[in-house]
Design a protein around this ligand. Structure first.
Ligand code: AMP
Length: 358
């Protein structure tokens, strides 16, 4: 199979920066891009083909499905019913099953453990009493998170003791019983790290180097590629990436967030069924970027080489960091990527810089 021919249309659900950068990587391969999004955004700026509609709008989805040759998504909170509706009409990659696992923390942890992949100890919680029970079992502190719709540290809090369970539950569930949550034993990690890995339609797998992630205010601030770890840690992470992407029977690019424990053991924190912020360095640091890899996988082409050409540091331009761009451009090893957002606001991701180190 040679993949979809040039001129074919890749459909992307979501209008944010990941969709924009995937779109920009589709053009050199001769593809057109159709964005489906509830509103204008960074991705709708780079293609004339767009559908502005809600994800529940079946008429709009049916028209979209008829006008594209394969569909992917650029964020994981697309309703699973939307992915299933489209998958009945056109190839959706990664498939609705992988999406359903990755958008629900309890399902995700269960899937990982069933595949033999280590995570921190965890338990599902539907009430403050459940939280208290798990905290007494695991020992404090623990992290309480909503199972769905959490990102960048939103929808989670630390539980400092069994007595703190009621407060933590109120914060995360807004006081409603029955909200699906997860309690995780707190990981005493030496590093947060991630692997971005791709799998093609024929089951071929290509993983980028393990990278090191530094967060500020729960938002990814800096990625250092490659991660400063032992060969053993890098090998564990790579083996995990292969195991997870094969077990999901996945087609596309997957971000796997990990903790490196003080004992040198690698645990998986969460999965992102799309290109990942920690993979942006590949745009300038690798033979193939994570965005080109996404397009190749989704359109049925052979995967490109994930080989690192240079060490790199990626840092996000958050809020008024964007005002530093003129100065950042004076460093010849910096590559600036802006997302076309008109106004900066505190905490808003405006762009990123890939700084190569030779
Ligand atoms: P998440 O939304 O799961 O990616 O969590 C956001 C951040 O919270 C992570 O990048 C970690 O810094 C921290 N965190 C999440 N879960 C744990 C945990 N079980 N133990 C320690 N830190 C955690």
């Amino acid at each position: 199979m040679n993949g979809l021919p040039p001129g074919s249309v890749i459909g992307i659900l979501g209008g944010g920066q990941l969709g924009r950068m995937t779109a920009l990587a589709a053009y050199p391969l001769g593809y057109q891009v159709h964005i489906f999004s509830p509103e204008e955004g960074p991705a709708t700026q780079v293609t004339p083909l767009r559908t502005l509609a809600q994800y529940e709008d079946e008429d709009a989805l049916a028209r979209f499905a008829d006008s594209v040759h394969a569909v992917t998504y650029e964020f994981e909170n697309v309703p699973s019913a939307t992915a299933e509706f489209l998958a009945a009409r056109v190839p959706v990659r990664p498939g609705p099953n992988a999406l359903a696992i990755c958008q629900h923390r309890v399902r995700e942890k269960q899937f990982l453990n069933d595949a033999g992949v280590g995570t921190t100890r965890w338990g599902a919680a539907l009430s403050a009493a459940d939280v208290a029970r798990w905290v007494s079992e695991f020992g404090a502190p623990c992290v309480l998170k909503t199972s769905r719709f959490g990102y960048d540290g939103k929808g989670q809090t630390i539980v400092r003791s069994v007595d703190d369970a009621a407060r933590a539950w109120t914060v995360v569930s807004h006081g409603r019983d029955g909200v699906e949550c997860i309690v995780e034993a707190f990981v005493d990690f030496s590093m947060e790290a991630s692997v971005v890995v791709a799998r093609g339609v024929r089951g071929d797998v290509a993983s980028f180097d393990l990278v090191e992630n530094i967060h500020r205010d729960h938002i990814l601030n800096r990625t250092i590629a490659p991660a400063r770890v032992t060969e053993d840690v890098a090998a564990q992470a790579d083996a995990i990436a292969h195991t997870v992407i094969n077990a999901l029977d996945y087609v596309g690019v997957l971000g796997i967030e990990m903790f490196v424990g003080r004992d040198g053991r690698v645990l998986v924190n969460e999965l992102a069924p799309r290109p990942h912020n920690s993979g942006h360095w590949t745009q300038n640091g690798c033979v193939t970027s994570q965005f080109e890899q996404t397009v190749r996988a989704v359109m049925g082409l052979p995967l490109g080489s994930p080989r690192r050409l240079a060490d790199a540091e990626m840092f996000n331009l958050i809020g008024d960091d964007v005002l530093r761009v003129p100065e950042l451009l004076t460093d010849p090893n910096n590559h600036v990527h802006l997302y076309g957002k008109a106004e900066w606001r505190p905490g808003r991701k405006m762009g990123h810089v890939n700084r190569l180190r030779f």
